[in-house]
Write a protein that binds this ligand. Structure first.
Ligand code: HEM
Length: 499
């Protein structure tokens, strides 16, 4: 009875479902990239596939046309991710990633002001200064180096300085700083946190009763103190900067955020909105801390993983590395300086990043929550509100019909004359919930890579086990569950090195 949900709807299911556990054993004990690819291989011709996480039914949407409906055309049915966030009891876990419905819409509208072209242009000099520091750190006089950690330190220093005006100096600290230690702790999956996720997912009422937390208390209180102190300094006018923290102070001074329209998700989310068209939503200090925690602790792993992946691809494809270097040289020759404008002229480097993110995306699938009963177009398959939908982007990226010879690293796939259907490239997601920081993160990554390309030639150290499986990222959270050994690079200083 527990596992009849999908057969009742005529949807095939994955593998054998164990009573009570469903497919949970496979999903919790296998690398998530590997399991997603295994599912796709086994169910090549099924546009929709049912999965049971314990007794909870999840749906994997594989067909590109249906993916476009979920992500874009019928977004109002799938506007949140269904990640548990309890504003009253666990406010630090509330952030743009976990927020739902109209509160998310109100915050997304305001927070995106942080990542406009003019804001990122202003941040660029800070990114460039830190890229210079990174170059000093990785200069090992020919010794092999694991680039993942310095890239993560760079990403953390960049976000801390550009968004919060903090000089964290993680790159240059001799000893691991408390800040870095707390970030490390935050990424570590412990049995307690793992159990908490399962409880929230499968038994949300019980989890709420038990007041289970998804983040570690020591990590939360460490970052909450830092952010609260920084906020206090801004509020009393001691420090003024045009950054994310200042934006939050301004928003708080306004008293509340206005939510102007009724949202389709409100009924599902039980938001009382019968008689008012305009509501006010107070941006409390705790919610600001939660948001700050997201920026400080989440996206940076993706940045470090992507930078490591592109260095790996350049090392494995020396002629592509040379072409990217020639472009940087040419742009620098004509612009005379590495600034926001010149970095935006590095179109081939952009193509290389896209191709890297296609082959080594930082997550194997995207998540949406069905907020309102939905019937998939062209089928008779309906799902009720509360059903989790998974979009296996790793499979879309490896689909030979979209990307012929998909395992090959070929940046020409993203040349300007090539067109791609909507939702065929999902490394940053798509639709209204697409990554908020694309402009920021691309500038940051292109800045540091342009500098590295002007000084070094990348090759793999013989101890690195290569080639890698195409769809598995060489670094970051996605790779951390695999048995992969550290990737070591050789950085050979160029004769005409500059930057
Ligand atoms: C290479 C680095 C990064 C990659 C590949 C990446 C990718 C993603 C992806 C796949 C999503 C989910 C999109 C969806 O569900 O459709 C996302 C969401 C998000 N990302 Fe990024 N990200 C990166 C870096 C960052 C950084 C550095 C920040 C912040 C400083 C950031 C902020 C966000 C936010 C706030 C969301 C949630 C947006 C919303 O729900 O409205 N990301 N990102």
């Amino acid at each position: 009875q527990q596992h009849k949900f999908w057969s009742d709807r005529g949807v095939p299911t994955f593998g054998c479902t164990i009573p009570f556990l469903g497919n949970a054993l496979k999903f919790n004990f296998t690398n998530s990239y590997q399991i997603t690819m295994e599912i796709i291989e086994k169910h090549k011709n099924d546009p929709l596939l049912g999965i049971y996480h314990f007794t909870k039914p999840n749906l994997m949407v594989k067909d590109l046309n249906l993916i476009q409906h979920v992500m874009i055309k019928d977004f109002h049915h799938f506007s949140d991710r269904g990640i548990p966030s309890d504003e009253k009891n666990r406010p630090f876990e509330v952030n743009l990633f976990t927020m739902c419905g109209k509160k998310w819409r109100a915050c997304r509208g305001k927070f995106s002001a942080m990542f406009t072209t003019s804001k990122v242009r202003k941040m660029f000099p800070l990114m460039k200064d830190l890229a210079k520091v990174l170059l000093q750190v990785v200069d090992k006089n020919g010794e092999a180096i694991d680039l993942k950690e310095p890239f993560l330190q760079y990403a953390l220093d960049v976000v801390a300085s550009t968004a919060f005006g903090m000089d964290t100096k993680i790159l240059t600290e001799e000893k691991e700083s408390e800040f870095r230690r707390m970030i490390r702790k935050n990424y570590k999956m412990t049995p307690k946190i793992w159990l908490a996720w399962i409880l929230f997912d499968v038994f949300p009422t019980l989890a709420a009763k038990l007041r289970v937390h998804l983040l570690r208390d020591d990590v939360v209180s460490y970052f909450a103190n830092i952010v609260k102190e920084a906020l206090a300094n801004r509020k009393n006018g001691h420090i003024q900067r045009d950054d994310f923290l200042q934006l939050m102070v301004r928003l708080q001074e306004q008293g509340s955020l206005e939510i102007e329209h009724e949202d389709d998700c409100d009924s599902y989310l039980n938001v009382q909105n019968e008689d008012k068209k305009t509501e006010h939503f107070e941006l409390t200090e705790d919610i600001m801390v939660g948001q700050a925690l997201l920026f400080l602790t989440v996206g940076n792993d993706g940045t470090s993983s992507t930078l490591t992946s592109i260095c790996y691809e350049f090392a494995m494809n020396p002629e592509i590395q040379e072409k990217a270097r020639a472009e940087v040289r040419e742009v620098l020759r004509s612009s005379g300086i590495l600034d926001y404008e010149s970095v935006n002229k590095l179109h081939y480097l952009d193509q290389c990043f896209k191709e890297t993110l296609r082959l080594h995306p930082t997550v194997p699938y995207l998540i949406r929550n069905c907020c309102k009963e939905y019937t998939f177009p062209g089928t008779e398959i309906s799902i009720p509100a509360g059903t989790r939908v998974m979009i296996p982007l790793v499979a879309t990226h490896m689909d030979p019909e979209l990307y012929p010879d998909p395992s090959k690293f070929d940046p020409e796939r993203f040349a300007p004359e090539m067109s791609h259907p909507p939702c065929s490239f999902l490394a940053f997601g798509d639709g209204p919930r697409i990554c908020l920081a694309i402009k920021f993160v691309m500038s940051e990554m292109k800045c540091v890579l342009a500098k590295l390309l002007m000084r070094y030639r990348f090759t793999m150290h013989p101890s690195s086990e290569v080639p890698l499986k195409p769809w598995l990222p060489p670094a970051g959270i996605g790779a951390s569950f695999s048995s992969r050994k550290t990737l070591l690079f050789n950085l050979e200083t160029l004769k005409d090195a500059c930057c």
